[in-house]
Design a protein around this ligand. Structure first.
Ligand code: GUN
Length: 290
């Protein structure tokens, strides 16, 4: 193995510490703590674990956590009414509705109802549009965390060739927009892409977000590339990423592990977005925030 292992866990801990340092000055200026509301419908075990981690991290950063756990048979009107109440609540700066929602609910309608200025997930089309056009807005937490790790590893990304594998609204599309804004040359690959190994072989940066265990093979990777693995796949061998880690690590210059790579960055970026939302809503400057 030759690649440097990118320590997402350590980076996320440092980011969370810097966020926690920024909370007391906010509280002094605003007379309250930044507040994050998380809504979970049903008892999906993975979602339940994520929501608990988000709650713990929010409280550990000195922020207020409002957790709303609703039964699996909650109807659309009840959920929309809760989102409306959170939109109107001055103590709530950020709103996150944990996905996936039970199938009888219309997730798109729920996300559209969230006030874009409280949309710390960055999933509202207004924020997707802001990102696409270079305006200030909320950027989805996972791609934002990937960008931070990439810039920490590589510095200026300008002119680099990047391949993003997976075109989801949550990761692939915003990741491509972020890299484009940093002047990388971006290929957004997906299930219909012809000759994916050929695209990956030209890339300085590979971001895998397809949700298929060990999908990206080590022999596809260009020697010296940087590999960011967004996958978290539960298999009989435990948690594995979307990248064949051992194969890729033998040729790449740097690679994120699973677990301990991108995963911890997502929650840290959620706290970061909540801190920014609180400052903006209060009219306080965001320029010096993490
Ligand atoms: N489910 C899996 N990841 C996420 C996320 O980042 N935000 C929300 N709301 N739900 C998710």
């Amino acid at each position: 193995m030759s690649a440097r292992i990118i320590d997402g866990k350590g980076f996320a801990e440092q980011l969370r510490a810097r966020i926690a340092d920024a909370v007391p000055p906010f509280c002094a200026a605003a007379g309250r703590a930044p507040g994050l509301a998380v809504v979970l419908v049903g008892e999906d075990p993975a979602s339940s674990v994520y929501v608990r981690s988000k709650h713990r991290a929010t409280v550990a950063a000195g922020m207020e956590s409002f957790e709303h756990r609703l039964p699996a048979d909650t109807d659309q009107e009840t959920l929309i009414a809760l989102v409306d109440a959170l939109n109107a609540d001055p103590a709530v700066d950020g709103i996150l509705v944990q996905l996936p929602l039970p199938r009888h609910l219309d997730a798109q309608a729920v996300l559209l109802r969230i006030d874009p200025d409280k949309d710390v997930d960055g999933f509202h089309p207004v924020n997707a549009g802001r990102l696409a056009t270079g305006l200030d807005g909320f950027v989805p937490c996972t791609p934002l965390g990937c960008l931070m790790l990439l810039e920490d590893t590589l510095g200026d990304l300008s002119g680099m060739d990047a391949v993003v594998i997976g075109r989801s609204n949550i990761v692939g599309k915003p990741m491509a927009a972020l890299l484009t804004a940093r002047s990388a040359t971006v290929t957004l690959a997906h299930s219909r892409t012809r000759d994916l190994p050929g695209h990956v072989a030209r890339a300085d940066i590979v971001i895998a977000a397809v949700g298929i265990p060990n999908f990206v093979k080590g022999e596809w990777i260009r020697p010296g590339a940087t590999v960011i693995d967004v996958g978290i796949n539960r298999t009989d061998d435990g948690l594995v990423g979307d990248v064949d880690f051992a194969g890729a690590a033998s040729v790449a210059a740097a690679i994120t592990p699973v677990p301990g790579g991108v995963g911890p960055m997502t929650i840290a970026c959620l706290l970061r977005n909540t801190l920014h939302a609180a400052h903006r809503r209060t009219g306080l400057a965001t320029a010096d925030l993490p």
